[in-house]
Design a protein around this ligand. Structure first.
Ligand SMILES: Nc1ncnc2c1ncn2[C@@H]1O[C@H](COP(=O)(O)OP(=O)(O)O)[C@@H](O)[C@H]1O
Ligand SMILES: [Mg+2]
Length: 291
């Protein structure tokens, strides 16, 4: 126990050095059920932000079938675990996807915390300084309500829950909202694979009604947008391209741009209120501190 406490103290002091003048916003994309479009949303959201001149990193914590490197059609060898263990440097694992967009190959929260005793924190936090000029870090979390996924959600500035209209996915999305509401009072929802704006709004209203009745506690749910069920999206994923590049003027891309606009608008208003200033190092510190 004492060892752990010492380690945390070390962590806090080294991370605070790396906590100056950063403005990175951490956006966690999560879901209750898998296969609802988290990675699709993460990659295309990052792409639109990068196209608009923001400096963006994608952090892949959803290690499963379609990892972000597959979706983005880039090759990765090592990931954040190797960096935390001191086996390579952060810059060795970062993949430049395009101008303004990098991929940080991640690991699931489970894996990261499994090895946390072995990490060389000081060196890690020193290295994360190269990321201090990022505007956005989009974290593609795994699905479900596992406690290690929750650590990412707790540490994020904004949490976006992705769901599809089917009842099982909605039930799981609700479970995620409920558990996340313990640490976040604002939670955004994206309704993916919907047929219309109206369908999205109706489903949202239902979820919101149940949440307000059963969770309460100042929780604010926000429908940040929807995406259509679209062959274009499925096709782009198959050919390892991004639909927001392949068909930038399609309805799906316009919906995606609207989601990004809503997010940026929300964040800009927040920044005016209080600029907390966080770095990738301090983000990790918040995750590991919970352990
Ligand atoms: N709006 C959509 N329309 C059609 N297919 C979609 C849409 N969103 C996602 N998909 C498809 O669903 C599958 C799962 O998406 P993915 O982003 O990998 O989900 P997750 O990351 O949540 O597991 C992918 O094959 C993708 O092509
Ligand atoms: Mg995924």
């Amino acid at each position: 126990m004492e060892n752990q406490a010492n380690k945390l103290q070390e962590l806090v002091s080294s991370a605070s050095i790396n906590n100056e003048n950063t403005h990175t916003k951490f956006i966690a994309i999560t879901s209750g059920k898998g296969g609802v479009g988290k990675s699709t949303v993460s990659a295309n959201m990052a792409n639109i932000l990068a196209n608009n001149g923001y400096k963006v990193a994608l952090f892949d914590a959803d290690i499963g079938l379609a990892n972000l490197d597959v979706i983005l059609n880039v090759r990765i060898e090592k990931n954040i675990l190797h960096v935390l263990k001191g086996e390579c440097s952060l810059s060795d694992i970062i993949v430049q996807v395009k101008k303004n967009l990098i991929l940080i190959p991640g690991e699931s929260g489970d894996e990261i915390l499994k090895y946390s005793e072995q990490f060389l924190y000081e060196r890690f936090f020193e290295e994360t300084k190269v990321l201090n000029d990022l505007d956005f870090m989009i974290i593609d979390t795994g699905a479900g309500i596992g406690e290690h996924i929750q650590l990412f959600l707790e540490a994020a500035d904004e949490v976006i829950v992705v769901t599809v209209p089917d009842p099982a996915a909605i039930t799981d999305a609700y479970a995620t909202i409920k558990i996340t509401s313990k640490s976040q009072s604002n939670i955004h929802l994206i309704l993916n694979m919907t047929n219309s704006e109206r369908e999205a709004q109706l489903i949202f209203d239902k979820i919101n009604k149940v949440a307000m009745a059963n969770i309460g506690g100042g929780l604010k749910l926000n429908l940040i947008g929807k995406l259509p069920q679209d062959k274009l999206i499925a096709k782009s994923i198959k050919q390892r391209t991004l639909f927001t590049n392949d068909a930038p003027n399609s309805l799906a891309s316009l919906d995606m741009k609207r989601i990004v606009n809503n997010l940026v608008y929300k964040l800009e208003r927040k920044v005016l209120k209080n600029d907390t200033g966080k770095s990738f190092g301090s983000f990790f510190k918040r995750i590991i501190e919970q352990f």
